[in-house]
Design a binder for this molecule. Structure first.
Ligand code: ASP
Length: 320
């Protein structure tokens, strides 16, 4: 049976070229549209949905992608999205939190542009098509395919500025591997709460903590604009005591605050009871977000607020 795959190009290095000086520039003619498809039984329908470097991608673009997927999914067996690697994990996580269909949905990109030596774009693109047309990839949530690995959107992160093996899943490892002849899965994605959003707005910034921090950054926030806050805490989930004191005043004003660790690996949890320690922070009302980095926790809170979650329901979702 022929598998029909919808490809939505959004820009990023995979669609770019290096100029004579070596600087990587955007192009109107996406090289992926010239790749001949060697995969038997796979029919590709591609669309230049966006053409943006991924630092220009906003939650609204992610929502547009979700609406497009919802609208077209019935006509396809799988979807591939090409994307810049800088914010790829955020778009993948956003889509994974929406009411997506159960067909394979795969994001991919490239670390080297199309005319650079050792360019990985075509290879990753064809790998993504293989994964999206494989029945085993269905109902696994949104997948990220790069460098012969398949990662779950929830956990994957960009770990290196330039290396082609940049995408890693620190705490859990990948869901599967792309071998020469088959896609091998050794894990399944977990079920999760999904939302059907029609709009997304609000201000939820990320504030990292550092040794010697007091309340200086928090004092600069315009509280009238602020809908929520993500704190990137030390270690298991601790912050300086002066920062904690200021956060308590924000909580009293009704601003939801969620906390993740600035550590690359592991999960924040309330362990220490000293001033600014996780036990006190959680007691004060800060949500401890499990297994997400700051950029995904930010999207989680933004999505939850746009879905209208409040009070205990918001806490349960953020900590679930
Ligand atoms: N800066 C590029 C982008 O995210 C990097 C990439 O695509 O890998 O658009």
């Amino acid at each position: 049976m022929i598998k029909k795959i919808l490809v939505l190009h959004t820009g990023g290095t995979i669609s770019m070229q290096a100029d004579a000086s070596g600087a990587v520039v955007t192009s109107q003619d996406n090289p992926m549209n010239h790749v001949s498809n060697p995969l038997e039984g796979v029919e590709v329908h591609s669309l230049d949905f966006l053409n943006l470097p991924s630092p220009h991608i906003k939650p609204k673009h992610m929502l547009d992608l979700y609406q497009k997927i919802k609208q077209d999914a019935d006509f396809y067996d799988g979807i591939v999205i090409t994307h810049g690697t800088d914010t790829l994990e955020e778009t993948a996580y956003f889509l994974d939190t929406m009411e997506i269909p159960q067909i394979p949905i795969v994001l991919t990109g490239a670390m080297r542009s199309s005319n650079e030596l050792g360019s990985d774009g075509v290879y990753n693109y064809l790998s993504a098509l293989r994964v999206a047309s494989d029945d085993k990839s269905a109902d696994k949530g949104v997948l990220v395919v790069m460098n012969d690995e398949v990662h779950a959107a929830k956990y994957v992160t960009k770990t290196h500025t330039t290396n082609v093996s940049t995408f890693q899943t620190p705490t859990h490892g990948p869901l599967g591997l792309i071998m020469k002849q088959e896609v091998l899965y050794f894990k399944n994605a977990e079920p999760r709460v999904r939302f059907d959003l029609h709009s997304i707005e609000g201000l939820v910034p990320i504030i990292p903590v550092y040794a010697g921090m007091t309340d200086e950054l928090l004092n600069m926030l315009d509280l009238d604009q602020l809908n929520g806050l993500i704190i990137q805490a030390f270690g298991a989930g601790n912050i300086p005591k002066e920062t904690a004191k200021k956060l308590e005043t924000l909580l009293q004003k009704g601003i939801p605050i969620a906390l993740v660790s600035r550590c690359f690996n592991g999960i924040a949890e309330p362990v220490y009871a000293y001033q600014g320690g996780g036990v006190q922070l959680r007691r004060a009302g800060i949500f401890f977000v499990k297994e997400l980095n700051a950029q995904k926790a930010r999207l989680k809170l933004l999505i939850a607020l746009n879905a209208g979650l409040k009070g205990q329901e918001l806490r349960n979702y953020m900590e679930g």
